[in-house]
Design a protein around this ligand. Structure first.
Ligand code: HEM
Length: 710
């Protein structure tokens, strides 16, 4: 390591005395790792001769004499570097002349020499960094290598007798064979070598050990502490759907296949031990797909389960499939449902009566519809549609229609009274199934006076978000307006189950209420789901106006279980520029349960070179947060290479999705990092450092010439 010769280090110090602050910054960072406690350098500084740039040396015969063994003028007290610095600062014995020249590193190196002058002729050892902390690693896997550098700042070869892991979890850390330091090898005076270590935990938890190096330098042994945290590798089943619904299938027919994807979202292989059919009608459902009992699904991989449904009997049919495996959550069940229908057609009507209400003679009402569908098997053929009273007219696509199971057609009916009287009639739908013709009762009243026109402000209301079963959404308002002519009386205001008309508003529309022409009233509706999933219904207002029944479609989504929710804050952390090999101050992240049930955090996964460090209030996963509670996690950034680093921290929990915090930082290489311990890739560090220091020396020499009075 030729850059560290006495001439250069001396001139660097002079550069600082002359005010070259920037140069000092670059050079000073070499000091502690390379020189601390270095008796060889201490001897050089002690002198004689005078180190380059110093006005005088301790080794001068007028001061402490050429050999510290003489112990002149209390020099033995210099085994404590602070004593020397204090003596210089207090001008003890005229030592003030050295102020601004002797750094604390110099004093420490001199101290090493004073304490043991013989050490200046032997090897020395310095390791950097003094400890390695590995990123979170799954049990059964091996981390990437982390490295430390062994530097011999001494005057003789440093012999390495052994390099081995020791301590509590010694077997879970390994010294890699890519290391350039070797047991039985040696490091020449001024040279260095690198030790690569990997973390290979066999179980979860916090792990610690050390690398112990036995050598021939002072002390005989040097250790580097190792630590890392390991997580359990577990398989986790995620099904794309927990239920397959086959709706209606005629007896004797087989449905189209439906597929569920089984994904292993865990970190270990999933072994499926058994796929067991159960429930009421397992024989109606036939399984296919790639998932198999005895099969294995690798972490991150998936397999498929397909089913067809062939009902053996009429009515609701069901079964289930129990998937037994080493899934972290235990057995998983897939529910199968379907309905068997007769192979003969059956008519189903959407309504059996249409009341048109009041309609002025000579005018035609708005159309009202009846949906005709085939609720059976086979083919439903509709041969005729007719009303038995000329005041009612029909159109639509049912006449001549052939409907398979589940298909439908529509009959449109309108009312055009010819006299001021109540008219009752029947709509007859002729078909090939039992009970033909199907009939719908028709009624309407002809009036001489015009019928007031009523209107609703909204045709549909969709309740936003998800409402938990058993809870009530906030209300949505609709307005009913009587556009006239004349006043109108409301017969009823009703909503389907699960939708509530909220009483209370003074402007609320009420049954029996009469609205003057141009007057309006309001209807507030809220959503109270009785079950999970999409829910829908209808708001109906029956009045003496036209149309006699006003409707608005209502819809919302119910959630079965009040869910937990992991909410991190902030959701992104940028550490900014950080010198390679150093660690940025850890930042706190808050994890909160913003849901309605307990949040169980079972893992926090961070991408290297970011890592979770101690000091947060969350504790090690798994931990539980109650609704509304929160805790903090400390995240650190220790760039191992130059350039942008982007990663994430993921909170794995029972929340529907992992909470993700985006992490970023910028590793910066400076002169210090070139000499830094983990920059093993810089094979030419000596040459580069040498060039830099030569340049510094040149500048400093110029500065020294200007300043030096001699
Ligand atoms: C970096 C070089 C030097 C080192 C490490 C050093 C170290 C020390 C130490 C440790 C003491 C004892 C202080 C105490 O116990 O409080 C001391 C005292 C003394 N030093 Fe130095 N010294 C250095 C340079 C010099 C020089 C250049 C001179 C000559 C001008 C000098 C002259 C003295 C004298 C005369 C005393 C004794 C003062 C007394 O008896 O109280 N030292 N030095």
């Amino acid at each position: 390591m030729e850059p560290f010769d006495s001439t250069n280090t001396g001139t660097v110090r002079r550069a600082r005395a002359a005010g070259f602050g920037l140069l000092l910054l670059a050079a000073a960072a070499f000091g502690p790792a390379a020189y601390g406690q270095n008796a060889v350098r201490g001897k050089m500084l002690y002198g004689p001769p005078v180190p380059a740039g110093w006005p005088i040396t301790c080794g001068s015969s007028g001061c402490h004499d050429g050999f510290p063994t003489v112990r002149k003028n209390k020099i033995a007290n210099g085994t404590n570097p602070t004593t020397t610095i204090n003596a210089i600062n207090k001008n003890t014995g005229g030592m003030g002349i050295l102020q601004g020249f002797v750094t604390s590193t110099d004093a420490a190196d001199i101290a090493a020499y004073i304490a043991n002058p013989a050490a200046a002729n032997g090897p020395s050892i310095a390791v950097s960094p003094a400890s390695l902390t590995f990123s979170y690693t799954l049990a059964g896997s091996t981390s990437g290598p982390m490295s430390f550098t062994v530097t011999n700042g001494g005057a003789a070869a440093l012999n390495l007798t052994s390099i081995a892991t020791s301590g509590t979890n010694a077997s879970e850390f390994r010294v890699g064979n890519t290391s350039t330091c070797a047991a039985g090898g040696s490091v020449s005076a001024g040279g260095n070598c690198r030790v690569d270590v990997v973390f290979a935990p066999t179980s979860s938890g916090a792990k610690s050990a050390a690398v112990t190096i036995v050598h021939n330098a002072s002390g005989g042994t040097t250790t580097v502490a190792l630590s890392g945290s390991a997580g359990a590798a577990t398989p986790t089943i995620s099904l794309s759907a927990s239920t397959l619904s086959f709706a209606t299938v005629p007896l004797g027919s087989t449905s189209a296949a439906q597929t569920v994807t089984l994904s292993n979202t865990g970190s270990a292989a999933l072994n499926i031990t058994a796929l067991t059919a159960g429930g009421s009608n397992p024989g109606d459902f036939t399984r296919g797909g790639t998932c198999a009992a005895g099969g294995t699904v690798a972490a991150g991989a998936n397999c498929t389960i397909t089913y067809t449904f062939a009902p053996a009997a009429l009515g609701a049919r069901s079964a289930n499939l129990t998937i037994a495996s080493n899934n972290s959550g235990g057995n998983v069940t897939l529910t199968l449902t379907g309905s068997g229908v007769d192979n003969t057609p059956a008519v189903a009507l959407s309504r059996t009566a249409i009341a048109f209400g009041n309609q002025q003679v000579g005018t035609t009402s708005a159309v009202q519809t009846v949906t005709v569908s085939n609720a059976g098997g086979g083919t439903l053929s509709v041969s005729g549609v007719a009303a038995n009273n000329g005041a009612f007219a029909t159109t639509g696509n049912c006449v001549g229609a052939s409907l398979a199971n589940g298909q439908s057609c529509t009959v449109n009916v309108s009312f055009a009274p010819t006299a001021a009287a109540t008219v009752n009639g029947t709509l007859s739908i002729t078909h090939n199934a039992a009970g033909s013709p199907a009939s719908v009762a028709l009624s309407g009243t002809g009036t001489t006076a015009p019928v007031p026109v009523v209107a609703l402000s909204r045709a549909a209301v969709s309740f936003a978000g998800v409402t938990a079963v058993g809870q009530q959404s906030i209300a949505e308002r609709l307005t009913l307006t009587n556009n006239g002519p004349g006043s109108v009386t409301l017969t009823s205001v009703t909503a389907s189950p699960e939708f509530n008309i909220v009483a209370g508003a003074t402007s609320a529309c009420r049954a029996g209420q009469t609205l003057a022409q141009a007057a309006s009233c309001s209807i507030d509706v809220s959503f109270a789901p009785a079950a999970a999933g999409a829910r829908s219904g209808t708001l109906s207002i029956v009045s003496g106006g036209s149309p006699s029944t006003l409707t608005a479609n209502l819809s919302g989504t119910g959630s079965a279980v009040a869910a937990a929710n992991a909410a991190p804050n902030p959701t992104a952390v940028d550490f900014g520029p950080v010198r390679v090999g150093t660690s940025a101050a850890p930042r706190a992240l808050t994890i909160a349960d913003s849901g309605m049930t307990n949040l169980i955090v079972d893992n926090i996964v961070v991408d290297a070179p970011f890592r979770v460090v101690g000091g947060g209030s969350c504790g090690a996963p798994p931990f539980t947060l109650t609704p509304g509670a929160n805790c903090t996690v400390m995240v650190a950034y220790q760039p191992d290479a130059a350039g942008m680093h982007q990663g994430s921290l993921q909170v794995m929990s029972n929340a529907p999705a992992p909470a993700v915090v985006t992490l970023s930082g910028q590793g910066q290489v400076t002169a210090a990092a070139v000499a830094g311990p983990t920059n093993v890739g810089f094979g030419g560090a000596g040459a580069l450092g040498g060039t830099l220091l030569a340049a510094l020396g040149l500048l400093a020499a110029l500065a020294g010439r200007r300043r030096d009075p001699n």
